[in-house]
Structure formats: C-alpha cells, structure tokens
Design a protein around this ligand. Structure first.
Ligand SMILES: *[C@@H]1O[C@H](CO)[C@@H](O)[C@H](O)[C@H]1NC(C)=O
Length: 359
C-alpha cells in the first residue's frame, strides 16, 4: 500500500509539480512587440520641416537661452558664434514625447557643454507627439531629413569623425535612421552612436535595417536597463552594457522596485553619471545575454573589462555586465567586479545577519 502511494505521488508530481522551465512557460512576446506598417516611413510635408529644429547649448548651464535653427537654417547655424567645428560635436535626441526644454535634454546639454563639445539638442517633438507606433514610423522620415541637415553642415566644416549622436529610447532608433541616411547621402560614417535603452516596442523583432545596429556607424554602444519592458534585449551594438543584468534596476530604497519607466530612464541617469565620472563604470565581459541576465559573469579567467561612458575601448567588444549602486551617481568602481557588491545579493542575503538591519 505504502509503495503504491509513493508511486502515485511520484507519478502525480512528475506530471503536475514539474520544475518550471522555458519549454513549459514559453517566452515573453513583450509589450507592443510587433507594430504592422511602422517600417513604412510616414510622409512628412516639407512645410512641417520648419518644426524640425536644432537648439544650441551655449553655456554649461541648464537655463541659459538656446538659439534655435530649423531644417532650412543650417548655414546660419554653422555661423553661430557658439559653434567651433574644430571641437567635437554631440547631438542629443530624445524619445517619445520628449522636448529640448525637458530635463533630459537640459541636463545632457549642460554636461556635454562643460566637457567642451558643440552641443545640438534635436527637437523631434512635433513628430513624436502622436500615437507611439506613428511616432516610430515618423522617425524613419525624420532620420532622413536630419541626415540632410548634417550633410549640409558637413559643407560648412562639421566632420562626421568628430560627431557623436546620443539617443534615448525611441531616440536611439532615430539616431540609427539619421546615421543610415547620412551614409547614403555622403558615403561617410558618423563616428559614434550611443543608444540609451533603445525602445523595444515596435522594434524588438525587426532586422538591422529597421532599428539601431552596429553597422550604422564606426562605433555603436548601447546601455541596456529594461530589456523586457520598454527596452530591447538584443545586443545590437559593438559594445553592449547590461546594467545589473539589463532587466530591472534597483530602486532608491532597495525593497521598492524600480519598475518599467524607472528602469528604462535609468539608462539616461547612468549615462550622465558616466560623463561626469568617466572611469568609474567598470563592466565585465559575459559570454551571452542570458549570462548577463543571471548576473553570472563574475570570476571569469581572464576578466575582460570595458568602461561605460566617454572612455569605452572601441576594440573590446561584446556583451558586458555592469553592476551599480541604487542611487546617483550609481558607479561602484572596481568593487563592481566583485560578486560581494552585487546590489540585491549584498542587501538580501539573509544568511548574513547584517541584512536584517535593512528591514
Ligand atoms: C562604416 O561603419 C561600418 C560599421 O561599423 C563599417 O563596416 C564600415 O567599414 C565603415 N565605413 C567606412 C567608410 O569607414
């Protein structure tokens, strides 16, 4: 009788209480994974191009007035006294609904100006303040027109080898469309594209022609902070940083989760912190995205590292895991390479008595 019972229990458990597996659970399709029709560029009337503008950061101060030049005024922009094309130039491109007068562009503008760059803040607001899939489609046409603006500036001295584009979320794909079109129009590459949690909705299942990709420029780096939410998981750059594994970021108080929007936007605040602390975000190389997700890239032999921020080594490419703190300025320096400092494990390990202090 006992044996029969055991047999029945084992049998029932075999079929009912299986350990969870991907074969059983399936894989997430992701929020708005496919958006039919968005790969066809939206026509934008030429008369609307007066709303496509570049604002210039003139001082390293967020509130200083910013002269603004539209699509038709690139010759005037090149003559602006704040422009010196012997210096490096950066163009910041925001995401869905973003605007140069919102905190993202204001902060990025001030920080890059203090670093000595010519700073362009691109205003795509008119074309992103629509339903998200329409905005995604619009960015393809906008990319072509912004490439025309940059190609005109090339005639007035803007060297693409001194040009970097930084895009947040949808903006990470906008910079891709700019760079793809710039190469078609001029035969030249833009030096660097930095994608800050490139948006996944409407993009995550598309091919390299239709989203940010490492073939877009001489060098493409990507900061991944919410890969299954508003971001995308694929390592599309030459160097791809999966911050704390890339899925979710630690909240300001560690037991309060930093959910989708909070984690998505962390890619931006981390980038700003990295501009201000260029040698402090030390990431370690992983063999796969799965390994990065599992925080399983510690103790490799040899340990291969790269820096997130302006000093990334372009020749050390691949997938990197970056451990951070939960508060600005986030970096852990060399401690980030030690498993003991991994944020959640170091706080939540109940075997360590000190952990109880946090509850
Ligand atoms: C432009 O960048 C791509 C991708 O990084 C690269 O394959 C290509 O050789 C570059 N072209 C030139 C002219 O440097």
């Amino acid at each position: 009788m006992y044996r029969v019972c055991l047999f029945v229990m084992v049998f029932v458990c075999e079929s009912v209480c299986m350990y969870s597996s991907k074969a059983m659970e399936g894989y997430p399709a992701g929020y708005l994974a496919d958006c039919p029709g968005t790969t066809t560029p939206q026509p934008i009337p030429l008369s609307d191009l007066k709303y496509l503008t570049i604002s210039l950061q003139t001082k390293g101060n967020i509130l200083w007035p910013k002269p603004k030049y539209n699509y038709y005024q690139m010759k005037e922009l090149a003559k602006d006294p704040h422009i010196d094309f012997k210096k490096k130039t950066v163009m910041y491109v925001g995401g869905f609904l973003d605007h140069p007068q919102l905190p993202f562009a204001l902060t990025a503008g001030a920080v890059y100006k203090r670093m000595g760059y010519n700073v362009f803040l691109l205003d795509t607001n008119r074309f992103t303040t629509v339903a998200y899939p329409v905005a995604a489609s619009n960015m393809r046409t906008i990319g072509k027109h912004v490439a025309e603006m940059l190609a005109t500036l090339n005639k007035y001295g803007l060297n693409p080898q001194n040009l970097e584009l930084v895009g947040l979320s949808l903006g990470a794909h906008t910079i891709s469309f700019i760079a793809k079109n710039y190469r078609l129009q001029t035969g030249m590459n833009i030096s660097r594209l930095t994608g800050l949690d490139p948006s996944g909705p409407c993009f995550r299942n598309l091919g390299p022609e239709d989203r940010l990709d490492q073939t877009d420029a001489d060098f493409v780096d990507v900061v991944e902070t919410n890969i299954d939410g508003y971001g995308m998981a694929a390592p599309v750059g030459h160097v791809n940083f999966y911050v704390n594994g890339g899925e979710f970021q630690p909240g300001d108080f560690f037991w309060v989760p930093c959910e989708v929007i909070c984690s998505h936007i962390r890619s931006f605040t981390i980038w700003i912190a990295a501009l201000m602390n260029p040698n402090s975000f030390i990431a370690m190389k992983c063999d796969s995205v799965q390994e990065a997700r599992n925080k399983d890239c510690y103790d490799k032999n040899p340990v291969v590292t790269n820096l997130l921020g302006p000093n990334t080594d372009r020749n050390v490419q691949g997938i990197f895991y970056l451990a951070t703190q939960n508060n600005f300025p986030y970096f852990l320096g060399l401690k980030g390479l030690e498993r003991d400092y991994e944020f959640f494990d170091s706080k939540l390990n109940l075997y360590k008595k000190t952990s109880w202090l946090f509850f």
